[in-house]
Design a protein around this ligand. Structure first.
Ligand code: GLN
Length: 530
């Protein structure tokens, strides 16, 4: 089996995920069966319980796994649907090892990090490669070399090579540029490679992160000190957009180098993103879209929305300027919304920010501003409509007000009383049926779709008739017709919300349909108002 393992050195946050994704993109589009595994050396079982403030967005896969946002990049760059198996955490490995130990499967031996934990890691990686029947499996090791947490993983990778697997090591380092002359410093790279060597790993590719272009002098110097041939030293300069990175790496010959090292013959790269990149570089038009959320200080919390808009730009040449609005600020005044062409209210948990989201939706509805609500944005659109159109004062979700006189959003009866912590969460790709002659049908061009979910609460069936008789139309439901999935307004063209998270399946050449719709409607709206 053939693997490329990407480790990181010097500091965190160098964009190892983007580099791994870019490499996967190059390999997939060369015709190689490729898959990728992200190793997160933390003890959490998965990212499901992590606060977006600390960790950025929780990404959801088809099989319902809640994973690190890097997995979203893998999917977008490779245009493949991955599964929970593609994300290993220390928590997952330890849970597995301890369960095995409890069943007596270690036959009374003392269970240790080496060999028991490392064996499970190796087994997991080989299993993924096998299930995918992969020509090449990329493995990104989170953290930086030298961290205690990542040691068992690096040790497992070192052993794999010894066991007879082909493992090519790539190492991401930083080349700082110092002073007004921007002198490139290679010392941190040398130290970091030394740390890697001290645990028995010699890298064969160096990805040198820097602002500008890696000078030939720096390349020579890094090569001399690290024993990596100059061809294997790839300068990764700052890019305006991560989607430009595969091209930058390709131009430096990274594919030829890897094909040679791993003896892949007869593969040729086809550049499927050419037009996409050109549109990103020179959008002909632009719109301003407000993102009304509560984690706006950390834009990584909404990374899949940002990407979905980027995909729309790449397809239509309409740039999207995202205007980050803290939903709480809208409780005082919604006047900032006068400056935007469209409004997105994304998902979220907990009451903080909800009243501001409701104000944003009211503004969009009353002023005919194009609107898209996702998950909590869908639920707050129902609450807004119940309060301000149906006149149900105090209407709310029981998530925020368990005593509300009008629980328009509620748990379904079978969910009640079950443990709240993740137990009843509806997760992953599920079918959605679209009704005939609706805006949704026009947008999707089909009546059956599958989209990813991450929610617990639903539109309360007892209120549906009333909401619909006042002009809210539920144009998509689950296959049984019990759970509402898409809503629109019967007298409006540019108001739509979905219970599912269409942002998770948005891909560069196949953007989320509702994000695309929002941008196109925002463009029309902006032009009319100019
Ligand atoms: N908190 C809401 C629910 O659990 C919405 C979840 C979300 O927006 N992801 O149903």
């Amino acid at each position: 089996m053939k693997f490329i393992a990407i480790t990181g050195g010097v500091i965190s946050g160098l964009g190892k995920g983007t580099i791994t994704s870019s490499l996967s993109h190059l390999l997939v589009n060369s015709g190689l069966r490729t898959t990728a595994v992200k190793i997160d050396p933390y003890l959490n079982y998965d990212a499901g319980t992590m606060n977006p403030y600390q960790h950025g967005e929780v990404f959801v896969m088809d099989d319902g796994s809640e994973v690190d946002l890097d997995l979203g990049n893998y999917e977008r760059f490779m245009n493949l649907d991955l599964s929970g198996m593609n994300n290993i955490t220390t928590g997952k490995i330890y849970k597995y090892v301890i369960e095995k130990e409890r069943k007596g499967e270690y036959l009374g031996s003392t269970v240790q990090i080496i060999p028991h934990v490392t064996n499970e890691i190796k087994g997991w990686l080989r299993k993924v490669a096998g299930e995918w029947n992969a020509d090449i499996t990329l493995i990104e090791v989170g953290g930086t070399v030298g961290d205690i947490e990542s040691m068992p993983f690096l040790e497992a990778l070192r052993q794999m090579r010894r066991d007879g697997d082909t493992v090519l090591f790539g190492h991401v380092t930083l080349v700082p540029e110092i002073g007004s002359s921007m002198e490139q410093k290679t010392k941190p790279t040398q130290h970091s490679v030394n740390t890697l060597r001290s645990i028995g790993i010699q890298p064969e590719i160096i990805f040198a992160r820097l602002k500008g272009k890696l000078s030939s002098e720096s390349r020579k110097k890094i090569s001399l000190f690290t024993d990596v041939p100059e061809d294997g030293i790839i300068g990764v300069s700052d890019v305006q957009n991560p989607y430009f990175l595969p091209d930058i790496m390709k131009r430096q010959g990274v594919l030829d180098y890897i094909f040679e090292k791993l003896q892949f013959r007869g593969y040729r790269y086809s550049d499927v993103w050419k037009t996409f990149r050109e549109n990103l570089l020179n959008p002909r038009e632009s719109v301003r879209i407000a993102i009304v959320g509560k984690y706006i200080e950390l834009s990584d919390a909404y990374i899949s929305h940002r990407e979905a808009f980027t995909h729309v730009t790449g397809k239509h040449g309409i740039g999207v300027e995202m205007v980050w609005i803290n939903s709480d600020d809208l409780k005082k005044s919604t006047s900032v919304l006068n400056t935007v062409d469209g409004i997105l209210v994304p998902g979220g948990f907990g009451y903080r920010g909800v009243e501001g989201k409701i104000e944003a939706i009211r503004f969009a509805r009353e002023n005919s501003v194009p609107f898209l609500g996702i998950c909590l944005g869908f639920q707050t659109a129902v609450i807004e409509f119940a309060r301000n159109v149906l006149g149900l004062r105090g209407a709310n979700s029981t998530e925020f007000d368990p005593e509300t006189p009008s629980p328009v959003i509620d748990l379904l009866p079978e969910q009640k009383g079950i443990d709240q912590m993740g137990g009843t969460m509806r997760l992953g790709a599920l079918p959605v049926s679209i009704k005939q002659d609706t805006i949704a049908e026009g947008i999707y061009g089909t009546r059956e779709i599958s989209e990813r979910h991450r929610h617990r609460y639903e539109v309360n069936p007892n209120f549906i008739e009333k909401l619909e008789s006042h002009g809210m139309r539920f144009s998509g439901t689950d296959s049984e017709g019990i759970r509402m999935e898409i809503l629109e307004l019967s007298d409006r063209e540019n108001f739509i919300a979905t219970q599912y998270h269409s942002e998770f399946k948005s891909r560069p050449l196949n953007p989320s349909k509702v994000h695309e719709y929002l941008v196109l409607k925002a463009f029309e709206h902006g032009r009319r108002n100019k």
